[in-house]
Structure formats: structure tokens, C-alpha cells
Design a protein around this ligand. Structure first.
Ligand SMILES: *[C@@H]1O[C@H](CO)[C@@H](O)[C@H](O)[C@H]1NC(C)=O
Ligand SMILES: *[C@@H]1O[C@H](CO)[C@@H](O)[C@H](O)[C@H]1NC(C)=O
Ligand SMILES: *[C@@H]1O[C@H](CO)[C@@H](O)[C@H](O)[C@H]1NC(C)=O
Ligand SMILES: *[C@@H]1O[C@H](CO)[C@@H](O)[C@H](O)[C@H]1NC(C)=O
Ligand SMILES: *[C@@H]1O[C@H](CO)[C@@H](O)[C@H](O)[C@H]1NC(C)=O
Length: 426
């Protein structure tokens, strides 16, 4: 009798668990980019912490305008959707198409011609289906070019949506999701995204709210992904408000969060290096480094590291001698996830999940209790405990730092950089 009761109880629990899972994709988006590189072990990815995983990047072939996957990783792209579902059958997978920087002219000439658009649209849908993806993501397009480029982009989205609709009907599969990574600001100068078309055709837009200040470009230090800040400095909140002002729905915006930070070299030791003069990047060519590498470095080598959390700007930082690092740690991630909730955004999207350190950030973000609880009042300075007294500076070179942020060197130059105000158009 009691075992029957237990069984019934377990059944009810199972039912509730399933019900809860099934409603996740419609409610909040907890997404992450997965950057594919040679030798990646996809099964290491803890897909339970995400509702959506975006496999990056594919490209648009400049002669055929078909979607193209680099042959060195095509095999891994083809198994991604299957592998991540073994740990979490409910995770939704998307395939990302990079069209930024040196790919932008090619993209603009593709969207300028109906037949090219048609080739692209159909091949993107075919490729997504072939490899079991449930959606497509367009990344790297900032508001730039001419107004006719942006109008063409609006047309592409209309046609893409019609094709996605019609393919779903023909194949009786659920419709593919259609999303894009948008710039922090929806307009730069006089160029504005085709907001109406984006609203109509996209399931959501994730805002790349990071890389605002770069040690390889800017000569004065500032936080690359501040949530708040003075109005003359780029910050996430002012970007989100601008999207709203331009008529985009907050409920269709997903906040992009960085799993990387930047290391700057100072000219002299500073107590508070914000706004200090910098001679350029530290550690790597562009100063970018994945979260797990910063943590590893701070734990093991930086005897004199002073870490802190700036609750006004919502960023973590760390000073080691003449190096100043700013990045998002657990405090910043929690506060930003809480902002997502407060502001009524659709969710968050991490770039990129392989830079997490034992899933610390992804867990902090995914834990629903923080969605209500977290308050930005935590301010602390701490001296990181030291495990190894070895002096640090050149040890990082022993690390495979190409892997720190953007593993593909060709991507380092085209970047995933929303250069915002300082954009130099093509
Ligand atoms: C683009 O497609 C053409 C024709 O299929 C092929 O020869 C070429 O190698 C492709 N380019 C790239 C960069 O993949
Ligand atoms: C494909 O990937 C390899 C290794 O990352 C890279 O050297 C090569 O340039 C890539 N090819 C294209 C067409 O992007
Ligand atoms: C777009 O198409 C028009 C007319 O077909 C042409 O004049 C223009 O040069 C094209 N622009 C680009 C960027 O290909
Ligand atoms: C769906 O089928 C219709 C009729 O056969 C066809 O015209 C259309 O191109 C198909 N759509 C896609 C996306 O394959
Ligand atoms: C915290 O951020 C503000 C800018 O929002 C800045 O003025 C201040 O110096 C920062 N404090 C520290 C300790 O970094």
C-alpha cells in the first residue's frame, strides 16, 4: 500500500518536473553561445544549465551565398545538437551565422539581390535541419552601411520568416527559431536597424552588452560591460533604454553577458584605476581573456592581486601591479540576471559558455532564486588567497591563450565586438 503511495507520489513529481521543463522555452531564455573549435569535447558542456544553446559560427559563402561550415569543424557541428541533448533533452539548439566585420560587405551584397537572399535563406534552413538544429541566429551585424543596406536587411528578415513558416508546414516540424545578436545601441549615427521588421520576424534579439571599451583601442581604462554608469560612458542600461525608445519590445530582448574580460596595462600603480591612462592590453594580444583563465591566474599566481566588486557599475575588477582586469564574476552576473527580471527582458545569453569556470557563472545565473532576491548592495574588497608563490608574469604565455576568448585567430580580428560609438564603418 505504502509503496503504491510512493509510486503515485513519484509520478506526480515526474509530471510536475516535465510540465515545468516544457514551459521553460516559452518563458525565460537562459541561452549560451558555444564557440566551436578544433578538438572541442562537446560532451563536457553542462547543457542542463541552459534552455538554448547557440552553436557558433558558420559563414556565408561569397560565391554561392550558401551557408558554409569550416570543414575542420563540420563533423562537430553535425553532432552538436545530438550530444547536448543527451544531458538535457529539453535544450533548444540554434546555429549561428557570423556576418560581421570583414564578412559584412559580402553580406550586404547578398541581401541586395532577391536570388542571393533566396539561396541563403534556403541553404540556412536546410543546414539547420540537416544537423538537427531548431533555430538560426545571425551575429555580427551592427547598424552600419547605407539606409538601403538596412532596408535590404529588413527584406531578408521578411523572406526568411516566410520561408521558415512554409518549411515548417511542408515538413510538419516545429518552426525554426529566428534570432539575432544586436548591437548595444540599435542606431549608430544616422543608421538604424530595421526595427519594425525585426519586431515582426525575429523571436528575439540578444543585445551584445559587452566589449564597449577595449585595451587594444582605448587609451583610458573603463569597464567593458558596465550595467550602469555616467551617461557619457557606454553601459548596458542606456542601451536597453534606447532599444525601448526606438519601439522594440523589452519582452523580446535577451541580455548578452560576457564570460570574458579585459586586462589593461597601466603606466603607474593606481589605487583606483578607473579612468587611468593605459599603454594597451596585458596578457594577450587584445587583452581579452576567458573567465576561467582570470580565475586560474588570480588563484595561483597573483600574490598581490586585489579583487573587488563595483556595485555602482556592476562589474568585477582586479588589480595586480600594473595590470588592471575587469570582468564579470558571480556578483556581476547575478546582478545582471536580476536586472533582466526587473526590466522584464526575455532572458540572458552568455558569450561564450566554454569560458566558464566549472560552470560557476552559469549556475549562479540559472538559479531562479536569484532572479528575485539579489540586491546590488554588496560591496567588497578581498585579498585572494594564495596557493602558489611563484611569480606570475610570463606563465600565462604557457597557457594556450588563443583559447581564452576567441579561439580562432581569424575571429580575433573580426571580433565579436560591438564597437558602438567608436565604430569606423568598413
Ligand atoms: C564557396 O563555395 C565554392 C563553390 O562551392 C567553393 O569552391 C569555395 O571553396 C567556397 N568558399 C569557402 C570560403 O568555403
Ligand atoms: C577553417 O579553420 C581553420 C582552422 O581553424 C583555419 O585555419 C581556416 O582559415 C578556416 N577556413 C576558413 C575558410 O575560414
Ligand atoms: C545593389 O543593387 C543595386 C541595383 O541592383 C546596385 O546598383 C547596387 O550597386 C547594389 N549594391 C551592392 C552593395 O551590391
Ligand atoms: C513548401 O512547399 C511549397 C509547395 O510545394 C513550396 O512552394 C515551398 O517552396 C516549400 N517551402 C519550403 C521552405 O521548402
Ligand atoms: C565604480 O564605478 C564608478 C563608475 O560607475 C567609478 O566612478 C568608481 O571609481 C568605481 N570604483 C572602483 C573602486 O572601481
Amino acid at each position: 500500500m505504502s509503496s503504491k503511495l510512493v509510486a503515485l507520489f513519484l509520478l506526480i513529481l515526474l509530471y510536475l518536473a516535465l510540465k515545468c521543463h516544457c514551459s521553460t522555452p516559452q518563458s525565460r531564455v537562459k541561452a549560451g553561445y558555444y564557440y566551436m573549435g578544433i578538438g572541442n569535447v562537446i560532451s563536457d558542456l553542462n547543457s542542463k544549465l541552459f534552455t538554448h544553446l547557440i552553436c557558433a559560427f558558420t559563414f556565408v559563402n561569397s560565391s554561392t551565398y550558401h551557408l558554409s561550415i569550416n570543414s575542420s569543424t563540420e563533423q562537430q557541428f553535425s553532432t552538436f545538437a545530438h550530444i547536448v541533448k543527451t544531458k538535457n533533452p529539453f535544450v533548444t539548439t540554434l546555429l549561428s551565422i557570423w556576418v560581421g566585420r570583414e564578412h559584412l560587405l559580402n553580406f550586404f551584397s547578398m541581401i541586395n539581390q532577391s536570388s542571393y537572399r533566396n539561396s541563403f535563406v534556403h541553404s540556412s534552413i536546410e543546414t539547420a535541419r540537416l544537423y538537427g538544429f531548431q533555430g538560426l541566429d545571425l551575429a555580427g551585424l551592427v547598424p552600419t552601411g547605407s539606409s538601403s543596406d538596412m532596408a535590404n536587411f529588413g527584406t531578408l528578415l521578411d523572406e526568411w520568416r516566410v520561408a521558415v513558416n512554409s518549411e515548417a508546414k511542408n515538413s510538419s516540424n516545429p518552426e525554426l527559431l529566428l534570432v539575432m545578436a544586436g548591437n548595444r545601441l540599435p542606431a549608430l549615427g544616422s543608421v538604424i536597424y530595421p526595427i519594425d521588421s525585426m519586431r515582426r520576424n525575429l523571436d528575439w534579439v540578444h543585445v551584445t552588452a559587452y566589449d564597449n571599451y577595449l585595451p587594444g583601442r582605448d587609451r583610458v581604462t573603463y569597464f567593458h560591460a558596465a550595467l550602469y554608469g555616467p551617461s557619457n560612458l557606454a553601459n548596458t542600461d542606456s542601451g536597453i533604454n534606447e532599444w525601448k525608445r526606438r519601439g522594440f519590445l523589452l519582452s523580446k530582448l535577451v541580455l548578452g553577458l560576457p564570460y570574458h574580460g579585459y586586462a589593461w596595462t597601466l603606466t603607474s600603480p593606481q589605487k583606483n584605476p578607473v579612468g587611468a591612462v593605459s599603454t594597451g592590453p596585458a596578457f594577450t594580444k587584445d587583452g581579452s581573456m576567458g573567465y576561467k583563465y582570470f580565475k586560474w591566474y588570480i588563484r595561483n599566481y597573483a600574490q598581490e592581486a586585489v579583487s573587488g566588486y563595483n556595485a555602482t557599475s556592476v562589474v568585477n575588477y582586479c588589480t595586480v601591479g600594473l595590470t588592471w582586469i575587469n570582468y564579470d564574476d558571480v556578483e556581476a552576473i547575478r546582478a545582471k540576471v536580476s536586472y533582466v527580471k526587473q526590466k522584464g527582458l526575455l532572458g540572458y545569453n552568455m558569450f561564450q559558455v566554454r569560458n566558464d569556470d566549472n560552470w560557476v557563472l552559469s549556475r549562479a545565473a540559472a538559479q531562479l532564486r536569484y532572479w528575485n532576491m539579489y540586491k546590488n548592495d554588496e560591496k567588497k574588497q578581498r585579498k585572494d588567497s594564495l596557493h602558489d608563490p611563484v611569480k606570475y608574469p610570463f606563465l600565462l604565455q604557457a597557457l594556450d591563450c588563443q583559447d581564452c576568448y576567441r579561439p580562432d585567430s581569424s575571429l580575433t580580428s573580426l571580433g565579436f565586438v560591438s564597437t558602438n560609438e567608436q565604430l569606423t564603418p568598413l
